[in-house]
Each structure stands twice: as C-alpha cells, then as structure tokens.
Design a protein around this ligand. Structure first.
Ligand SMILES: C[S@@+](CC[C@H](N)C(=O)[O-])C[C@H]1O[C@@H](n2cnc3c(N)ncnc32)[C@H](O)[C@@H]1O
Length: 229
C-alpha cells in the first residue's frame, strides 16, 4: 500500500499496530527485498521509503500480487522521513542497501550517511535495533564503516545478517550477476540518553517547488550546526 502523508511534521498516521515490530528500508527501489521479507514475516510490518514514483508503483504492484497487507511504501525523502515521521524508538531494523554512493568529492554532501542521518537513526531505532548496510562501492563502504559510524558512540558494530538470493535487492542481483564484490556491515543501537530532534531549517532556495528538493545534506548540516551554537 502506498502511504500518504497528511501532516508533514507529525509521525506517520500509519494503520500500524505499535505492538508489532516495524522494519524500514531506505531507497527500497521496486521492493524486491522488502516484499520478500514481508511475505516471510507476517508478524511484522515493513515500510519502504523511495523517492522515485515508478519504483513506488512497482513496489505497490508487488504487494498486491503477493497479497501483502504488512508492507507499505512512502514516496518521500529518506532523511526527512527519519527526522520527522518515524515513531521514536519504534523501528526494529533499518535496511540501507546500495544507496547512491555520490562518488565525486564535491557531491559527498548528498550522501545519506552522515551525522544528521545517524542522529535521526538512533532516535528511531529501538534499543538494540539494527541497521543493515550493503554496497558495491568500496570507497563509500570505507567511509561509512571507518569514519561515519566510528564517530558515534550510539552504535556498536555487529555481524551483518546472512542473505541468500531470495533476499537480494534488484541492484544486488544485477551486481552479483556481474561478479562485482559486495560489501556488507551492520550495527546495533546502544542504550543512551534520549534527545529531541530540533526542527530542520531549510534555505529559501531549497524550499520545495515542484517535486522534492534535491539539495539536501550539507546545507541542512550547516543550518543545524549553526542553530546548535
Ligand atoms: C542505487 S538504488 C538502489 C535501490 C535498491 N535499494 C536496490 O538495491 O535495488 C538507490 C535507490 O534509493 C533511492 N533514493 C536515493 N536517495 C534517496 C532519498 N534521499 N530518499 C528516498 N529514496 C532515495 C533512489 O531513488 C533509488 O531507487
């Protein structure tokens, strides 16, 4: 089912039972991984976040074909969704598989992984909740595992989950078919002092006009850092 957001600053009005575990996939594409997982785990709920409309519709079609009532997809920007819309400490597992690596240095600020995402991620995960990460891009993998997560005391590195071909994503299936190496890592959220996420400030030129603003990341980082001083 495609979810619609009725209030962009309130937690999702999802028809979900808070007592059921919730798992979230960032950039879920057409939903190959998440729909397979939802079919195998009827006791839990699954939410895909994806900004490309065609992929959101493909995800939804898969849900209908498989008659899944526990899989949902939201067409929205991932960092925004984590910052504002997911329930506090309500997510059991977050999956980030093959995120756009933004390989050029001048584009690194567009990457999902960074201090803001980790701050929102910890706020959304249950204590001991996990984040699973996989990529074919070795430099991005090194950045995430050697710089990004080690700079935060809120996460402990753990063994990534084992995934067979039935739970590969679309991109993963293609990359593995080409014989490319795949890098995987996982972390769990440690116990810690809770905090509120302050509202993000958006520069006037980044206000949404048509579609979804693309220029996120660095500007938000700077704004939030400025407001914290
Ligand atoms: C390289 S594809 C990988 C798709 C899927 N995870 C897979 O492995 O087959 C990255 C996906 O993330 C989506 N995406 C990238 N940045 C996003 C963001 N900030 N918010 C939501 N979706 C995003 C893209 O539209 C794209 O579908």
């Amino acid at each position: 089912m495609i979810l619609t957001v009725t209030d962009p600053c309130r937690p999702l009005p999802m028809a979900l039972d808070a007592s059921r575990p919730l798992e979230v996939e960032v950039g879920c594409g057409k939903g190959r991984f998440l729909t397979a997982r939802a079919a195998a785990h009827p006791e839990a709920d699954f939410l895909g976040i994806e900004r490309m409309l065609g992929r959101v519709h493909s995800f939804d079609e898969k849900c209908r074909r498989l008659k899944l009532s526990n899989a949902h997809v939201l067409r929205l920007e991932a960092l925004y969704t984590f910052w504002y819309l997911l329930p506090a400490h309500g997510v059991r597992t977050v999956y980030v598989f093959f995120p756009d690596p933004w390989p050029k240095k001048k584009h690194h600020s567009h990457r999902l992984f960074g201090p803001l995402f980790l701050k929102a991620l910890w706020k959304r995960l249950t204590e001991g909740g996990r984040i699973e990460f996989a990529t074919d891009h070795e430099e991005y993998f090194r950045f995430v595992t050697e710089e990004c997560f080690p700079s935060s005391a809120a996460f402990r590195r753990v063994e990534p989950m084992a995934r067979g071909p039935e739970s590969w994503t679309e991109f993963e299936t293609r990359f593995r078919g080409q014989g490319l190496p795949i890098f995987s890592a996982a972390w769990e959220a440690c116990a810690g002092d809770d905090y509120e996420l302050e509202p993000m400030k958006v520069a006037p030129e980044d206000e949404p006009r048509e579609g979804i603003p693309r220029r996120i990341g660095k500007r938000y980082v700077e704004d939030v850092e400025d407001s914290a001083q």
